[in-house]
Design a protein around this ligand. Structure first.
Ligand SMILES: [Zn+2]
Length: 166
């Protein structure tokens, strides 16, 4: 791993690019709005309405719900492990590819450097590694494992595209 930190470190802000087969397929689009609201609001409250990475909050809405996935590069299974509350700035960094598409790359870069106390060179290494990993993972079709939802009392939604759900 980069500079000695693992993918599950909670202290550092990291970019997480979702494989292309999973684009547009997220909890928000799969869950009934009421269920998504229950999940995210419970997490906002548990986090004290502050970002779980940087401790900050946004101006219009303090925090947003971000899905945390674990990627198994042997079975190409993308497992939902939890939801975390992130300020909009950290959330934008998580979806760095989206930030680039929106022309907000510099804003995301600035926040990434500030939260991790990184130089531009350190941030660039991380960004490059994130895009390389994304390219590698996007060569495969990923299966989503949403069993975490059941532990939260939420029914696991049907897969709209008919891919197997674990
Ligand atoms: Zn934050």
């Amino acid at each position: 791993m980069l500079m000695g930190f693992g993918p599950h470190s909670s202290e550092l802000l990291t970019i997480e690019l979702v494989p292309e087969s999973s684009w547009g397929d997220n909890l928000r689009s799969r869950l009934k709005k009421a269920d998504w609201d229950i999940l995210r609001r419970a997490q906002y409250k548990a986090a004290g309405y502050h970002c779980e990475i940087c401790g900050g909050k946004g101006r219009r809405h303090p925090v947003e719900g971000h899905e945390v996935w674990d990627y198994n590069d042997q079975t190409y299974t993308q497992t939902l492990t939890r939801l975390i509350a992130l300020c909009p700035a950290c959330h934008l960094v998580k979806h760095f590819g989206f930030a680039c598409l929106q022309g907000r790359e510099l804003q995301a870069l600035d926040h990434l450097m500030r939260v991790n106390k990184w130089t531009k060179a350190q941030a660039d290494v991380h960004i490059e590694a994130a895009f390389e990993l994304h390219a590698k993972r996007s060569l495969h079709r990923w299966t989503l494992d949403l069993t975490w939802l059941a532990t939260q009392g939420i029914a696991i939604p049907e897969d709209p595209d008919g891919f197997s759900l674990v």
